[in-house]
Design a protein around this ligand. Structure first.
Ligand code: NAD
Length: 351
């Protein structure tokens, strides 16, 4: 992990850069300066979506580009098939570089099609949503949904680079911005006390426009994920830490369409921290609840606890009758425990 300064046309540019698995470079900085520097000397084909084309057409227009539709219903094998066919029409081969420019939907599908077309073509991302920058684009998981089941088919494969330009977040709808905030708060609780303190003193009404502070927060959140992925790329151990609050969040998303992913993660974080506090293992619960509330989240689940517990039995990450649960110990330190699903449910049903 390092910071580097470069002198581009007489201007000193500071980037925050992290290497993952000695291959993938994640850089927080200005896209117009970084992209020419990081793109290999190859033909480039871009995958993006219609929103990004609307806001950032000049970034796409110099490349052959393929636009996909919006939302989870576009992250499918059918879209992948359409992209493969366009690749064939465009003469994409193993010497082509595929660049995904967009949020998590675009980067997930770009990584998937690039990893599978001709058994693998090199790819990279310009990540444009806050959730994409701190989570979806980093770590090498690429996949599509099948029959409404999220990320059912996919591959682990690292992008050559990920560019995160926080100035692009200014055009992101406010609700989408907040979705990413939930993942930053999660990263801080998992492994970065200082990031948590930065969040506690942040002015959330201006954060989306605060380039300097956002760069630091995005970089720190990426660093948490990158160092975990470095130790455990394929989720056999420590990578499970990244699921803090997510078992409950997935149950909320399955049971109700009222909350988006980040809103559900905020409720999941609140519930698991409350539980750890009542178990006597987490003394800093009040700070978590205050931060989640101050950053604009509703902490009441949209459905009853018994309905959530039913959905948990079907959690994709359950192993037989057991489930891995991430529990906070301190802000900046969590632990993963394997426990029977019935025991996990009892923690909540008792309330
Ligand atoms: N691969 C992983 O490890 C991983 C991790 C977390 C989430 N994900 C996936 O990420 C996806 C969600 O990603 P997301 O929250 O970025 O959703 P998204 O890609 O749908 O983006 C949200 C919306 O914002 C728009 N948008 C994106 N950037 C913009 C910008 N700069 N300006 C204006 N509009 C912009 C998009 O067009 C879209 O309408 C889910 O499918 C989830 O499964 C993957």
């Amino acid at each position: 992990m390092f910071y580097f300064c470069s002198n581009i046309q007489g201007k000193v540019v500071m980037d925050f850069s992290i290497k993952i698995k000695d291959y993938s470079q994640v850089v927080v900085g200005d896209v117009t300066e970084l992209l020419p520097r990081l793109l290999p000397d190859k033909r480039v084909v871009v995958i993006s979506d219609t929103n990004i084309d609307r806001y950032y057409h000049p970034l796409l227009e110099s490349f052959d580009h393929i636009l996909i539709g919006l939302g989870e219903s576009s992250k499918t094998l059918m879209t992948a098939d359409t992209i493969y066919r366009r690749f064939i029409e465009l003469g994409v081969d193993r010497s082509t570089f595929i660049l995904g420019i967009g949020g998590g939907i675009v980067t997930d599908i770009t990584g998937f099609v690039a990893s599978t077309f001709m058994r693998g073509v090199e790819f990279g991302f310009v990540s444009t949503s806050l959730l994409g920058q701190v989570d979806a684009s980093v770590g090498g998981k690429n996949g599509v949904n099948v029959d409404g089941y999220k990320n059912m088919v996919g591959v682990f494969r690292q992008p050559r680079f990920v560019i995160c330009d926080v100035n692009m977040l200014r055009t992101l709808p406010k609700r989408e911005f907040r979705t990413g905030l939930a993942e930053i708060i999660k990263s801080a609780i998992i492994a970065d006390k200082q990031l948590f303190e930065m969040l506690e003193s942040a002015d959330f009404s201006t954060l989306q426009q605060n380039t300097e502070l956002l760069q630091q927060m995005v970089f720190r959140a990426i660093s948490v994920k990158a160092s975990i992925v470095e130790r455990d790329e394929c989720e056999a151990g420590d990578r499970r830490l990244l699921n803090l609050g997510h078992t409950l969040a997935h149950a909320i998303e399955k049971s109700s369409s009222k909350m988006n992913h980040g809103e559900a993660v905020a409720v999941g974080l609140s519930m698991i921290c409350n539980t750890a506090s009542s178990q006597g293992i987490f003394a800093e619960n009040d700070r978590v609840q205050s931060l989640l509330t101050n950053s604009g989240f509703t902490l009441e689940p949209p459905v009853g606890v018994s309905q959530l517990m039913k959905a948990i039995s079907k959690d994709k990450k359950a192993e037989g009758d057991d489930i891995h649960i991430v529990l906070p110990l301190n802000i900046g330190k969590c632990t993963v425990e394997k426990m029977p699903i019935v025991e996990f449910k009892a923690l909540f049903s008792a309330k």
